[in-house]
Design a protein around this ligand. Structure first.
Ligand SMILES: Nc1ncnc2c1ncn2[C@@H]1O[C@H](COP(=O)(O)OP(=O)(O)OP(=O)(O)O)[C@@H](O)[C@H]1O
Length: 230
């Protein structure tokens, strides 16, 4: 599978991998290696320009555009730039996926309050994104991505704007979701984050290719503490 933007060179080339359902992956690699681009393929914002992408058992490489929203609803995304809805409160941003799923205000209230409390924003529920700090916006974005228990969670540097203690809490949230069956893919440069999830698998991108000379990444190493300590 490959991806190019416009007429440029391929930014991702020769990708051939399979995510094991229910697994927890970290995606690492130097800046510009193509991590965000790979995540965009996974959350269906880009189609591969070469090869095939199967998700949820369907070949989505050539699926009509109109078919994609239904699949996107099964994916939680934490964007690098958060993409919160500016005119909605933190509460309403987090509630959005539940509203889209058809839940009533009464059903939504408790879970959204609980989620905001978990990410340390109980007292910021009515604040709008432009009045929140970068770290607070990032936590709203994470709460929104996980609240509806998606089948796939894709997160781009989700702890880039928070301190170590909060990063710990957030990674616990991802692990809890993963235990409920969600496949998790987290792109990060933060090796200490990687070391906190001993059962996670590692994918490393270098120059647009998964660094996979031996095929190891299709069956990635599970001992990340050792990887992170290198
Ligand atoms: N929309 C775009 N149009 C053209 N080129 C792009 C576009 N998005 C990314 N690229 C290029 O693709 C390559 C990979 O970028 P990408 O953002 O996927 O890397 P990354 O590994 O996520 O980097 P970082 O860690 O800095 O976020 C880069 O050379 C970048 O300039």
């Amino acid at each position: 599978m490959g991806l190019r933007y416009g007429t440029g060179a391929e930014v991702l080339a020769g990708l051939d991998f399979r995510l094991a359902p229910g697994s927890f992956y970290f995606l690492t690699g130097p800046s510009g290696a193509g991590k965000t681009s790979l995540l965009k393929l996974l959350y269906l914002a880009q189609r591969p320009t070469r090869g095939r992408l199967r998700l949820f058992g369907e070949d989505l490489s050539e699926a009509p555009r109109s078919a994609l929203p239904e699949f996107r609803r099964r994916i939680g995304v934490v964007f690098q730039d958060f993409r919160l809805v500016r005119h909605l409160s933190a509460f309403d941003n987090v509630a959005l996926p539940l509203r889209i799923a058809g839940q009533s205000d009464r059903e939504i209230e408790g879970p959204v309050r609980e989620m905001l409390a978990w990410v340390g924003l109980a007292d910021r529920a009515s604040a709008r994104p432009p009045t929140l700090s970068g770290g607070e916006q990032q936590r709203v974005a994470i709460a929104r991505a996980v609240i509806a228990r998606p089948e796939l969670l894709v997160a781009d540097e989700p702890t880039g704007n928070v301190d170590a203690a909060m990063a710990d809490r957030l990674i616990h949230l991802f692990e809890a979701l993963n235990r409920l069956g969600t496949t998790v893919v987290v792109a990060t440069h933060d090796l200490s984050l990687i070391a906190r999830v001993p059962g996670a698998r590692l994918m490393r991108l270098e120059n647009g290719q998964l660094a996979d000379p031996t095929g190891e990444l299709r069956h990635p190493p599970t001992n990340l503490a050792a990887e992170a300590g290198r």
